[in-house]
Design a protein around this ligand. Sequence first.
Ligand SMILES: CC(C)(COP(=O)(O)OP(=O)(O)OC[C@H]1O[C@@H](n2cnc3c(N)ncnc32)[C@H](O)[C@@H]1OP(=O)(O)O)[C@@H](O)C(=O)NCCC(=O)NCCS
Length: 300
Amino acid sequence: MYRVVTPQTESELDVYYKLRWELLRKPFNFPPGSERDEYDSVAIHRMMLAPDGTPIAVGRLFVGGDEAQIRFMAMLPEYRGQGLGMRMVADLEQLACEEKVKRLVMNARQEAVEFYRRCGFLEVGEGPVSFGRIPHRQMIKSLSPLQTIEYRPQWCQDLTTRWARGIPISEKMGVHITHYDGQTFHLKANLAANLNVHDTMFAGSIYSQCVLAGWGLIWLQLKEEGLVGDTVLAEGDIKYYRPVTKEPEARVAREGMPAVLQPLREGKSAKFSLKIKLFSGSQLAAEFLGRYVVQPSKRS
Ligand SMILES: CC(C)(COP(=O)(O)OP(=O)(O)OC[C@H]1O[C@@H](n2cnc3c(N)ncnc32)[C@H](O)[C@@H]1OP(=O)(O)O)[C@@H](O)C(=O)NCCC(=O)NCCS
């Protein structure tokens, strides 16, 4: 299993800086020492280890107020192209989320711009030219996706808070709402926080993400209708089509709502099914059919 660790001892830090130099400075004939800067003593350092313990990638996160900067990110050539770089960025992003920062910023070399785009960064302008000869592009990624939700953003915020208080696993899974337009609802999770021993997403996490997506849409629809109710899952059937190796997104449409919620107005339980699709990047990876029951709330 590939692991991302924090180098701590002097010898671990030696290995980490040596790899940073070999991957990012040696190719330009810069001497050892050129791979360090004045923020290293206060930054968070991460290193990826292959299953046999070989250090294969480095990356650094520097947190300053509302922003965190990713720097010194590189992967050994023989391990590139397997999604591991993306996983390393997801790990740094998770740390940034834990530090409650609002956005990630970075200066990407031209040849790495596409990689960071795939990681969800946007190109926002010209960056510095390092050592007078390595041009960079400035890139940014908002970590407050709710800011991009135009329809009912406050309700989405309230739902996130509700989950954080009432369903703690949602925070551990790194779930976050990425879309709501009154009809459809999208919920992402952090892949790095949900891996199994095969380095793909744990089946139980996929199930939980689907259940939460359905639950979240119902919660929002109840609000739309001015109804209160307690939602439980009565039955769930999931089909796993392919391993999830990219940022997972669960998508659900309101289908029969609001009509199926009608019994609540008569003090009865509403029972209905929702189909939730889970995507790994752009590929359909699982389908969940959940039978939900919304009971009239016993709370006043
Ligand atoms: C940039 C780097 C860290 C990417 O690591 P990696 O492990 O190869 O990246 P991944 O396999 O996770 O790639 C994720 C996606 O980005 C794409 N990608 C990665 N590098 C790319 C590149 N140079 N050009 C275009 N696309 C690229 C991959 O094809 C993949 O796309 P997919 O999701 O459609 O399959 C690695 O190439 C590297 O170390 N480069 C040299 C150092 C460097 O440039 N560091 C960045 C300094 S700013």
